[in-house]
Design a protein around this ligand. Sequence first.
Ligand code: NAD
Length: 251
Amino acid sequence: MGTLDNKIALITGAGDGMGRAHAVLMARRGADIAIADINEEMARETAEMVRATGRRAHYAVVDMADTEAVIEMAREAGRMLGRIDILVNNAGFGQRALIEEIREEDFDRMMAVHVRGSFFCTQAVVPAMKEARYGKIINISSIWGMAGAPVASHYCGAKAALLGFTKAWAKELAPWNIHVNAVAPGGVRSGGPTKLDNSDVLKAKEEKVPLKRYCEPVEISYAVAYLASPEADFVTGQVISPNGGETIVGY
Ligand SMILES: NC(=O)c1ccc[n+]([C@@H]2O[C@H](COP(=O)([O-])OP(=O)(O)OC[C@H]3O[C@@H](n4cnc5c(N)ncnc54)[C@H](O)[C@@H]3O)[C@@H](O)[C@H]2O)c1
């Protein structure tokens, strides 16, 4: 018996990093998985990893900045697997840049992938969730969306927008038994820290974390899988931030 037995989850950006870890952990806990990613090869690999657990997998190639394609991808995922019970808005990327260095196209891409992509993917799955009177939506934010950072204000703003969505959607969708929460990871050994920072920079950053390390992607998946499960049926509108104590924010 898994905590996600026979649930169906759509995870964006599940081709690599944390999204892949969420897909595999949630499959091990009993869920079928729809994978959406801009990278076809990585999406296919994640689908194979899900199938290796004995669960069904469907994958689609999509750029989250392409609203029409996002809506079609979400509908197709529902058709292929039967329905969507759980949506994880995870796809994203980091960029280190000062205010003066951020070009209009950088700003627009950041907002389009993280903010618009998550919004319209959610819009596409909500009608069927309302009809089913069941749904779990998990938005992947960041400690940088809660506390800021000096090198990526467009990223921080996009991740803060996801916290705003989380709180508004939690209130709007509660009457339909749809729970909406956010996970705001601290440093993870995936994505930006591994792609944008060299190993010395990464080591120095890890030293500053009270627990003295960044985490493995699956350590974030545990929080996502919990929020997706019936164990979190009384939890909505919340932000869980596994971050090794790097960011501790008050109420
Ligand atoms: N790594 C960290 O320390 C960290 C910390 C906090 C939050 N986050 C957030 O967690 C999420 C996952 O990050 P990660 O570290 O696993 O990154 P990653 O780069 O390892 O994986 C991101 C995945 O998203 C996909 N993707 C990127 N742009 C896309 C697009 N336009 N359309 C569709 N798919 C796209 C990539 O192909 C990749 O498979 C992101 O939203 C990121 O901002 C990461």
